[in-house]
Design a binder for this molecule. Sequence first.
Ligand code: NAD
Length: 298
Amino acid sequence: MATYGWIGLGHMGAPMTANLVKAGHTVRGYDPSAAACAEAECGGVEVVGSLAAVTAGAEAVFTSLPTGAHVLQVYEAPDGVWANAAPGTLLLDTSTSDIASSRRCHEDSATRGFRFVDSPVSGGIAGAAAGTLTFMLGGEPGAVADAERYIQPMAGRIIPAGGPTAGIAAKLCNNLMLFVSLLGVAEGSQLARELGVDPKVFYEIASVSSGASWPQKTWYPVPGVVDSAAANDNFEAGFRADLGLKDIGIALESADAAGLHTPAAHLAREQLRWLAEEGLGGKDCSLVVKYVTRDGTV
Ligand code: NAD
């Protein structure tokens, strides 16, 4: 059994750590939010009061934080990971970071004698709770191979994506596809309703037809259709719209720099930004459905 350090016990971090505890491991966790700590404690995490205490005795230190800037902050802090973890410790970042921050994590970790693996995840809070997340890993082959045994209790699939930053690159491209698909789901679900097709019946049809997609199956934005949807709970966040806006913004920076034409992704960013401007950035991404209805009701 291993001892893990875990920084960031939010919507994803809490259920992921609960699965490590269930598998018999010891997890020391840190988060400045009292609510997040309380949730993680229910899952068996030993909550500690400082970053330094997270790293003490940990073989692997995971982060699940909003952005790459947050990850660098907890690595660089005087009481943080680089100053306190034992040399050789495996550092794994499951956040949806950005490529420049992830590259700095790789390079500066190596300079300081640590092994870093970019380890973003897909599968949402349902996948985190079920221990079926897809992990996409970027790093040196030896570090990636070692990472797999620490990740296994949280994963459905673990896919080495390539060298340093290949995991986060794959994740950003995946999320570009996710948010573009989500707009289609928002529009199709509302049109079906307007045309008088029962939402549950249409969901069943789309799920086995060419309109099927992950956001259609998991986030269907009509209340009472699928258990995993935030629509059932007034769009309380499983995946915050402001985090979605961050993800698609990072993907678009790379696409624009590469000279690609990505009008669909630009439209998805526009709608997520609209939610943020409406003061709804803390709600679930699937609330983009509000953009579709004539009067904004959902
Ligand atoms: P969240 O906002 O629920 O959790 C982030 C946690 O980090 C919060 O509890 C916050 O208090 C904590 N935090 C912030 N600064 C910190 C610091 N300096 N030290 C320690 N903790 C700190 O977000 P989430 O939904 O759990 O997402 C986490 C990451 O995973 C994000 O990068 C997100 O893009 C990504 N992600 C989310 C989902 C999803 O469905 N929610 C799916 C895949 C990937």
